[in-house]
Design a protein around this ligand. Structure first.
Ligand code: SF4
Length: 209
């Protein structure tokens, strides 16, 4: 799977990370915007926002209404605009404008859950001790039978036991790319899947082309 994704389009947050030389602030904000939003929309919205404000200080100085207009049409753009603004204010007030590199501190920021915190730690702080789980990772890890869980939080903990440590930081990139292109939520393309011979296809009722 890791070999097979090489020719596929990079994920929006990965693109932003690469373009910004792993700037933790941009990775943080782009990941906050990405929840339940298509990759192309996340990338375009993040690019518009970073064109106007590149630091926590300058972003905190924007009104929530301005941030809303810049990030529209990401899902829940009103709530996300408030979270982004408040998170930036806290980064300035509590961390001197820097993005913390510890899970407990990241989780205190508004709108930041384990998925976002894990991705910031992996992409920007070079952590190899984290697995970032979103809906794609949760779904595919269960279809493959690596874990048997109902919630992404439980999947993360189960994956630490099921996956060799050297793969932890790459699980997200592999499974999210696979989830967008092959192991889709409905009608997964099992006939085109390189890991099909290894996959029990748990919970898959209908396959696509
Ligand atoms: S065989 Fe089907 S269910 Fe299993 S990982 Fe591949 S696409 Fe997903």
């Amino acid at each position: 799977m890791a070999r097979a994704i090489r020719g596929m389009d990079d994920l929006a947050v990965e693109k932003i990370s690469t373009a910004s030389r792993k700037d933790p602030f941009r990775v943080l904000i782009a990941t906050m915007l990405s929840a339940q939003t298509k990759d192309a929309v996340t990338h375009a919205a993040s690019t518009r926002l970073f064109r106007v404000a590149r630091t926590p200080r300058s972003m905190a100085a924007l009104s929530a209404a301005r941030i809303e207009r810049l990030i529209y049409p990401v899902s829940f753009y009103r709530v996300k605009a408030q979270h982004v603004r408040e998170a930036c204010r806290q980064l300035v007030d509590r961390y001197g404008g820097r993005v913390p590199d510890r899970m407990e501190e990241l989780l205190t920021l508004p709108g930041v859950g384990r998925k976002t915190a894990n991705l910031v730690l992996i992409l920007s702080h070079a952590s190899r001790d984290n697995i970032c789980v979103d809906t794609h990772v949760h779904r595919i890890a269960n279809r493959l039978g690596w874990v048997h869980t109902r919630q992404p939080e439980a999947t993360e903990q189960a994956l630490y036991k099921a996956v060799p440590r050297r793969w932890w930081a790459r699980v997200n990139l592999c499974l999210v790319t696979w989830g967008q292109n092959v192991c889709r939520p409905v009608y997964p393309r099992c006939a085109a899947c390189v890991v099909a011979p290894l996959c029990p296809r748990i919970g898959v009722v209908q396959q696509g082309r």
